[in-house]
Design a protein around this ligand. Structure first.
Ligand code: SAH
Ligand code: SF4
Length: 351
């Protein structure tokens, strides 16, 4: 927490008080930080900004899911820390909020666009522009907390309970920023989320998995989507760089290294592509010995996508084969599809 503040001459107590104002109380101005000496407040004001991300659009789904489009500085002019430097061109990202009966989840974007171009994913149809900064990652959470007045001065119980990095982009290709943001989200003096309530989803950037396990120790979702290299490479070009053998070796090591109980395997069922009984059995054998749960995703359609969702019968058979083979399998209800806020639909078109 304190390296930057120490350089500024703040005492440990003052540094903690500043963090408390920013991340525990959601302060929107340094002036409000009344337990800090005026000179310290002025100094902080000179160096940092507490401004939130500028919202471009808000969409509300019929199921209560919300999606915000934020406009950020574009290109390589991205701000490097708390301050936001104006830029001539802008980039946009989307953040999704999913309320449920007993939990409320924010789905964060980690990059503007995505370079990996999985062919079932709408985000992959947009050019990769840049990585988000740690501040931009955390600000998506602050935005949701502001929106629902989820700060202790307004409500004793937390409203926002879970964070998933499953929005636009590949978090492990922006690892340094993701690591810094996770540290802030987990720090008891920061946003103080329990690490069991944060999930990072990845398409499988093998060399970074061990660092994520060791440094952040958060639950992992692996976007697998195919049980063979031939099919996976067709669907996800990243598989040519990190083929299944290497990937599964790294994923098998993850639970022990991160002290998490299991890895969630995301598998989107695409009609006639990866949903046969033989593929279910191949998936089962790929997962042998791995503490895993499989999340069978319904394909969320988008204009121009060359896929269709599998039928209910095919999904049930696929799921039964996994369950009978001893793998826990679940299917989450798709949320926010009517506003293009569901998995794989985010593109941040601002037109
Ligand atoms: N890049 C990361 C995280 C963002 S994608 C990753 O790939 O894991 C979030 C999830 O949505 C991934 O599991 C991804 O495979 C899935 N997904 C992508 N397109 C989809 C679509 N059209 N329908 C359903 N799920 C999709
Ligand atoms: Fe990128 Fe994930 Fe979409 Fe693949 S599924 S294109 S890795 S965001």
């Amino acid at each position: 927490m304190c390296a930057q503040f120490e350089e500024l001459g703040l005492t440990l107590l003052q540094a903690r008080q500043t963090w408390d104002w920013v991340y525990r109380q959601g302060a929107l101005s340094f002036e409000a930080m009344t337990n800090l000496p005026l000179a310290v407040r002025y100094r902080l004001e000179e160096l940092y900004s507490l401004e939130r991300l500028p919202t471009f659009q808000e969409h509300l789904s019929c199921d209560g899911t919300r999606k915000w489009v934020f406009s950020l500085p574009g290109g390589s002019d991205a701000p490097t820390q708390l301050s936001s430097i104006p830029s001539a061109h802008t980039a946009s990202i989307e953040t999704v909020f999913i309320p449920e009966e007993k939990r409320a989840t924010v789905c964060l974007s980690s990059q503007v666009g995505c370079s990996l171009r999985c062919c079932f994913c709408r985000t992959g149809t947009r050019l990769f522009e840049r990585n988000l900064t740690p501040h931009e990652l955390v600000s998506q959470v602050l935005h949701v907390k502001d929106k629902f007045a989820d700060w202790p001065q307004h409500s004793k119980t937390r409203y926002l309970t879970h964070i998933v990095m499953m929005g636009m982009g590949e978090p492990l290709l922006n690892y340094e920023a993701v690591k810094e943001a996770l540290a802030l989200l987990l720090d008891p003096h920061g946003l103080a989320f329990s690490r069991h309530r944060i999930t990072v989803s990845t398409s499988g950037i093998v060399p970074v998995l061990a660092s994520l396990a060791r440094d952040c120790r958060v639950p992992l979702t692996l976007s697998l989507h195919a049980p063979s290299d031939t099919l996976r490479s067709q669907l996800m070009p990243v598989n040519d760089v990190y083929p299944l053998k290497e990937l599964m070796r790294a994923v098998h090591a993850y639970p022990q290294m991160s002290k998490t109980k299991y890895v969630t395997i995301a598998y989107v069922l695409l009609k006639g592509v990866n949903d046969s009984q033989a593929e279910a059995r191949a998936l089962l054998s790929l997962l042998q010995g791995l503490p895993a749960k499989v999340n069978l995703l319904t394909f969320n359609a988008w204009k121009g996508a060359p896929f269709a969702p599998s039928s209910a019968g095919v999904c049930a058979t696929f799921s039964r084969i996994l369950t009978q083979g001893g793998i826990d399998c679940f299917r989450r209800r798709t949320r926010g599809r009517d506003i293009l806020a569901a998995c794989g639909q985010l593109r941040a078109d601002t037109q």
